[in-house]
Ligand binder design. Structure first.
Ligand code: PMP
Length: 369
């Protein structure tokens, strides 16, 4: 715990320390230029080199096929909730959404401003604690696309499979991207904000198959038109240069860790350790269907909710910070993205075990007094 805390924030989230150290060392003088990354033009050859290198590293790490464009955009994943229908849904078309939690629900609501939305699966009746069974979905036969959120960051529920569909598949991977290998060729479009597994906020990446580029509605803002963004090399206007640069360093760090296969193995172990501790306890519980639990956002509650505040205070005293659940659902949440080392999760589990022992000891003492 070299910085004094383990930070379980859901995003912006902790970044690998070697990356932060490198940023610090280069911050006042990039490559002997006497200028900082935040002081140079996005049109300079130095930045062009960084931009190009970041894209090639991303392509290598994710094994992105040749016929996909990689777009570096702004506005967060939330702006893609509008950009996707504007680019992919012709006027009068129907689009399918799988609503499995907070973010896919927001995405479906935004798309309804532009086209007819069919909620092909609704996890609401399951309280967003499980992914509805594909056998019960009701997709449209000619949907322009089927959209879903691979992982619901707030609810802590995740698809353990790629949704079966004949339509172009659109995935919001904001909180799972780069957490393990994926087969990009199964998707029409993948988008994600950078601020969880890739770098600072401000950068949103869209990976889109060529045949889905070029059909934007005429009223689409130029900055959201995938064809225009692609044509300009993602430089229609000033891009978030600093976030783009840090993303490149994080990708190089991922490669140095052994790539996504090694990272995925580590992430799976971290999740198993934490869920194992929750399941084996009398004080903590996780209500998500065990087949659909998020690898990256572990939500949990205390069987006595009145103890949650004390848990948070004592955890923070022990250097375990940002464990409060999202304000919309409460409870607790540990986000364990790539940069969270196994020791961070082990330390959290030790704290949880000790907290439980003390709380149950107090309760037993009270019962017998
Ligand atoms: N989708 C998912 C799955 C998310 O986790 C988030 C952010 N937490 C968003 C969308 C919204 O992202 P942004 O704040 O970048 O717009």
């Amino acid at each position: 715990m070299s910085r004094g805390v383990y930070n379980f924030s859901s995003g912006p989230a902790m970044l690998p320390e070697p990356v932060l150290e490198r940023v610090r060392s280069e911050l006042t003088d990039l490559d002997g230029s006497g200028m900082s990354i935040v002081e140079i033009s996005h049109r300079s050859s130095a930045f062009e080199e960084i931009a190009h290198r970041t894209e090639s590293t991303l392509r290598r790490v994710l094994s992105i096929p040749e016929d996909y464009r990689v777009l570096f955009m702004q506005g967060g994943a939330s702006l893609q909730f509008s950009a996707v229908p504007l680019n992919l849904a012709p006027p009068g078309s129907t689009v399918d959404y799988l609503v499995t939690g907070h973010w896919s629900s927001r995405a479906a609501r935004e798309a309804a401003r532009y086209c007819s939305v069919n909620v092909a699966a609704d996890g609401g009746p399951l309280k967003y604690r499980a992914i509805p069974d594909p056998a019960d979905w009701s997709p449209t036969s000619d949907a322009a696309y089927l959209a879903y959120a691979a992982n619901e960051t707030i609810d802590g529920v995740e698809f353990p499979f790629v949704p079966p569909t004949d339509a172009a598949l659109v995935a919001d991977m904001s909180s799972t991207i780069l957490s393990r290998p994926i087969d990009v060729s199964r998707f029409g479009l993948i988008f994600f904000g950078a601020q969880k597994n890739l770098g600072p906020a401000g950068l949103t990446i869209v990976v889109v198959r060529d045949d889905l580029v070029g059909g934007a509605r005429p009223e689409t803002p130029t900055l959201l038109d995938y064809a225009e963004v692609a044509r300009s090399g993602s430089m229609l206007n000033t891009p978030p240069t600093f976030s783009w640069y840090v993303a490149g360093l994080v990708l190089e760090w991922i490669e140095a860790q052994g790539g996504l296969t090694a990272i995925g193995t580590r992430n799976r172990r971290k999740g198993e350790l934490l869920y194992g501790a929750i399941d084996g306890s009398r004080l903590y519980r996780n209500d998500i269907d065990s087949r659909h639990r998020s690898w990256t956002n572990v939500t949990f509650r205390l069987t006595d909710p009145a103890l949650e505040e004390r848990f948070l205070v004592e955890a923070a005293q022990a250097g375990l910070v940002n464990l409060k659940g999202h304000r919309s659902i409460g409870g607790l949440r540990a986000s364990i993205y790539n940069a969270m080392p196994a020791e961070g999760v082990e330390t959290l589990v030790e704290f949880m075990t000790d907290f439980e022992r003390r709380v149950l000891h107090d309760a037993d003492a009270e019962a017998t007094s």
